[in-house]
Structure formats: structure tokens, C-alpha cells
Design a protein around this ligand. Structure first.
Ligand SMILES: Nc1ncnc2c1ncn2[C@@H]1O[C@H](COP(=O)(O)OP(=O)(O)OP(=O)(O)O)[C@@H](O)[C@H]1O
Length: 473
């Protein structure tokens, strides 16, 4: 702490403070996060997570880690200062003046490259939103705030944490399915939309309406003046089935928009992309090695995961049909739609991203979307009553809270909801046990990054929330 002069407090959140500081020796400016350390050892480890992750993520499009230390019951993380502030502030400054398409493409390309870098290392950000994207004085874009990220296959405790900001959360999360790389893609789609339209894609005045729109991928069409490629990309990123969403690898190398994006990437990124493009086919034995590495939980052979596979659409035309893949429900979140079946369908007419006309039909019933009996039995079903209670709980909260990060935890049956709906308790959050960030997982990978991967043993967070409510009654 002695080595830095505090210039000003730039944020005061639940975790502690964010300070703009100047390093005395270099006169360089940095951001210093001052995080109150909890008392429990696991809580302390959890707090260290952001520092550990950030220190591993060296990339031009990720906020650079500088230093971290502990003093007086606080953890300090010193990181690069991004003088341009966050993207949300920048969008608000625009008022109604649209960003030039080239600027959107440049920023988005950089976000993709940064996110691809963390996905390459099997890390999920899990809280991508315009508030967590930063701009430097020279116009570079950087991903920040790794406080919600998870390293796949790290500590088991991690798997019991759900994090997200409702406005940016993908349909599968509302359906209590695992967070996966495509969930980050959905969130990036929300940010891209914000840059294009200067508004959020899923505007809602109630939680029901928000969840319904998200689960249907029902967004207001983008302004017509934008290039066709942006319309197309947004539509792809808002595919309700994560399996149908392009990965970052695809977006950057073989998507209809890739060429446009590559124009905005620095040369070294371009080379990387081309290199991976040449080796993008994933041999089966290599895949199995990785599947084993991932605890045989994800991707390849159906026998190893005990789930059915099917040929699914291949919007990118990359020959993925040859590869058996974990099957995701093709439909929007069945359960949530079921729950909302009686809710007012405020958004059907603007259901632009849906490829199925019948979703906007007045006769629509969620169950009718499931055509095969077998499909029903293989899909993960709610084993508890549907989340009416969740919705009624959420309805008591102003929908503006949907822009905040929620964390649902399962710390030994204790209160699992930390976030805007109840006082935050950082002390007993579970997280890494010991130094669970496995360095080998952070080595660069050469396999096909178009592969879906997901968090391990995800938490039945709605179930936990329901238990909490029931216990509280
Ligand atoms: N590297 C950075 N450079 C410039 N500004 C930053 C940087 N990191 C954070 N900020 C700004 O500091 C403020 C606090 O950010 P921080 O991410 O620490 O907390 P928050 O996002 O406000 O809260 P929470 O993390 O609880 O969601 C925000 O206004 C953010 O834009």
C-alpha cells in the first residue's frame, strides 16, 4: 500500500472499494481493488480467486494484472487503469447518436479475442456485461472483473456457485442447466446488441417478461441501417439453444462476419486465428483425451456422459455432424416457458430471432414444442416444483436489479442467495479450496475451440433458492 498514492475512489461496492491510484516509483496510474477479507479460510480463498485468475490472464484485451497483496484484513488487487471507463458509461454518453459500424466491429472483435483467450484456457467469465468491459485511452477494449469467473475442473466447491446478471443471462441458465462457453457468447451478444442499438435487447418491465423474452430469444430488431452481417451475427448469438450458438472460435475464423472482424484485429491475433483455422478439425481420439481431462463430463462419446446425442443443425457448415455432441434441448427453456405459460405474452410479435414461427402462435404451449417422447426423457427435467416461487420472489424486486450480479451459493445449506434480494454475505461463500487453479489447465490448447464445454456439476440453484424460501417461511 505504501508504494501507491490514492488519487480517488472510483467505486464502492459490496466487495469493498475500487481506487484509482498512482504508483510512487513510476508515476503510472492503476486501479486498486480493496476487498474486505472474510474470516473463514474458504472465504479468503474465494476472495483471492479474482487475483489468481487475473494474474494468469495475460492478453492485450484483458485488463492487465499488476500486483496483489494483503494488508489490514484486506486483499488488494492492482490492475491496469483503463482511462476510457467502462462500456456501459460509454454507451450512455452516446445518448441517441449511434456508434459507427466500424467502431462496433472493432470493439466487438477485441471482446471476442479476449473472451476466446479465456475460453482457450477453459475459463468461463460468467459475468460479461458492458459494465465489465473497459476502454483504454487509445481505444483498446479490455475484459475485466473476473470476480465471477470459474475455472472448469478446479475446486468442486466452485461448481455450486451460480453467478450472472439477469439481463445478460442466457436461456439455459434460467432453465437450471450448466453454464457453458456458449453462455458467455450469449452475454457477448447482449453487449454487441447494446453497441448497435444503444439499448438492451431484452427490455422488460417485469421479471416474468424479462425471463420470457430471454428464453424465447425475443429481441427488438436492430436498427435497419446496420450492416447485414451484424443483424445476422446477433441473431446467431441469440439462438436459444447453446448448441446452435457459434463459439468465439467460429465467430473469429469461419463465420460470415469473420472477415469484417479480422480487419479490426491486430496482426498477431489474425495470425493466431488463421493458424487455428487450419487445425480446427478435432480428431476423435484427441477429443476423448480432452473429455477424460474434463472428467468425461463434456462433449464427445455418448457412452461417457450417458446422454443421447443427435444430429443438430450446423449453421456454420463446418461439418460438425460427424461429431457426436452433447445434445441440448432445441427449444427455448421448456421449464421456464411452462411456468410462464399463463403469463401475459407481451413479446411474441417481436420474436425476431426465433426460427420457428409457431413460437409466436397464440395456441403455443411449451409442451407442444417437444415432439419426441425420447427427447423428453433425455432432457434434464425439473425434479422439484417449477419456479413460480422464484418468479414471485423476483417480482418483489425492481427489475432494474436485473442489471446486477447475482450469486447463488450452497454453503452448507446456509442462505444460498447473495445479491440484491438479500443482504450480501461474503464471509461464507464457497470457492477455491487451496490453490485450486490448476496451472496445466491454463496452458494454451490446440484442439478445436468450437467444442462446447460447461461447468462441472452445476448447482440446482433454483432448487436451492426454493429451499431457502421454504425455510424462511
Ligand atoms: N481497470 C479499470 N479501469 C478503469 N475503471 C475501472 C477498472 N476497473 C473497475 N473500474 C471502475 O471502477 C468502478 C468499480 O468497479 P468494480 O468492477 O470494482 O465494481 P462494480 O462493477 O461497481 O461492482 P461489482 O463488482 O460488485 O459488480 C466501476 O465504475 C468501474 O467502471
Amino acid at each position: 500500500m505504501e508504494g501507491y498514492t490514492i488519487l480517488k475512489v472510483i467505486g464502492d461496492g459490496s466487495f469493498g472499494r475500487a481506487l484509482q491510484v498512482e504508483q510512487k516509483s513510476s508515476c503510472e496510474q492503476y486501479v486498486m481493488k480493496e476487498i474486505r477479507l472474510p474470516k473463514s479460510p474458504t472465504g479468503i480463498q474465494n476472495s483471492r480467486r479474482e487475483a489468481v485468475l487475473l494474474s494468469k490472464m495475460k492478453h492485450p484485451n484483458i485488463v492487465a494484472f499488476r500486483d496483489s497483496f494483503e494488508a489490514d484484513g484486506h486483499l488488494y488487487i492492482v490492475m491496469e487503469y483503463c482511462a476510457g471507463g467502462d462500456l456501459l458509461q460509454r454507451i450512455k454518453q452516446q445518448k441517441n447518436t449511434p456508434f459507427p459500424p466500424d467502431m462496433i466491429l472493432s470493439w466487438f472483435a477485441q471482446m471476442c479475442v479476449g473472451t476466446k483467450h479465456i475460453h482457450d484456457q477453459r475459463v468461463l467469465h460468467r459475468d460479461l456485461k458492458s459494465k465489465n468491459i473497459f476502454l483504454t485511452s487509445d481505444g483498446a477494449v479490455k475484459l475485466g472483473d473476473f470476480g465471477s469467473s470459474c475455472v472448469l475442473n478446479s475446486a468442486k466447491a466452485y461448481a455450486y456457485t451460480y453467478v450472472g446478471t439477469p439481463y445478460y443471462v442466457s436461456p439455459e441458465i434460467w432453465d437450471n442447466k450448466p453454464y457453458n462457453n456458449k453462455s458467455d457468447v450469449w452475454s457477448l451478444g447482449c453487449i454487441l446488441y447494446e453497441l448497435c442499438a444503444l439499448s438492451h435487447p431484452f427490455q422488460a418491465s417485469s421479471w416474468k417478461s424479462l425471463i420470457l423474452k430471454v428464453c424465447r430469444g425475443a429481441y427488438t430488431p436492430l436498427p435497419a441501417h446496420l450492416p447485414y452481417e451484424l443483424h445476422y451475427l446477433v441473431k446467431q448469438m441469440f439462438k436459444t439453444n447453446p448448441r446452435d450458438r457459434p463459439s468465439l472460435h467460429t465467430i473469429l475464423t469461419s463465420h460470415r462476419i469473420s472477415r469484417l472482424l479480422q480487419k479490426h484485429l491486430p496482426l498477431h491475433e489474425l495470425k493466431e486465428g488463421m493458424k487455428e483455422g487450419r487445425t480446427s478439425r478435432w480428431e476423435r481420439d484427441e477429443g476423448e483425451k480432452v473429455a477424460a481431462f474434463l472428467g468425461q463430463k463434456t462433449i464427445l462419446s455418448s457412452s461417457s456422459v450417458g446422454e443421447s446425442f443427435s444430429e443438430t443443425s450446423d449453421p456454420m457448415g463446418k461439418g460438425e455432424r460427424e461429431r457426436p455432441r452433447r445434445r441440448w434441448a432445441r427449444e427455448p427453456s421448456e421449464t421456464v416457458l411452462e411456468v410462464l405459460g399463463n403469463a401475459e405474452l407481451t413479446s411474441t410479435s417481436s420474436c425476431t430471432s426465433s426460427s420457428r414461427e409457431h413460437r409466436s402462435s397464440p395456441e403455443f404451449t411449451p409442451r407442444s414444442l417437444i415432439s419426441e417422447e425420447s427427447e423428453i426423457s433425455h432432457r434434464r427435467q425439473w425434479d422439484k416444483s417449477p419456479p413460480e416461487r422464484l418468479l414471485s420472489l423476483l417480482e418483489k424486486a425492481p427489475v432494474s436489479m436485473a442489471f446486477k450480479t447475482f450469486t447463488v451459493l450452497r454453503p452448507d445449506g446456509d442462505n444460498p442467495l447473495v445479491g440484491p434480494l438479500s443482504p450480501a454475505r461474503r464471509d461464507d461463500t464457497d470457492g477455491l479450496v487451496g490453490d485450486a487453479v490448476d496451472d496445466s489447465r491454463l496452458e494454451p490448447r490446440s484442439d478445436d475451440e468450437d467444442t462446447d464445454f460447461e461447468e462441472e456439476s452445476p448447482c440446482d440453484w433454483v432448487g436451492e433458492l426454493e429451499k431457502m424460501i421454504t425455510a424462511g417461511e
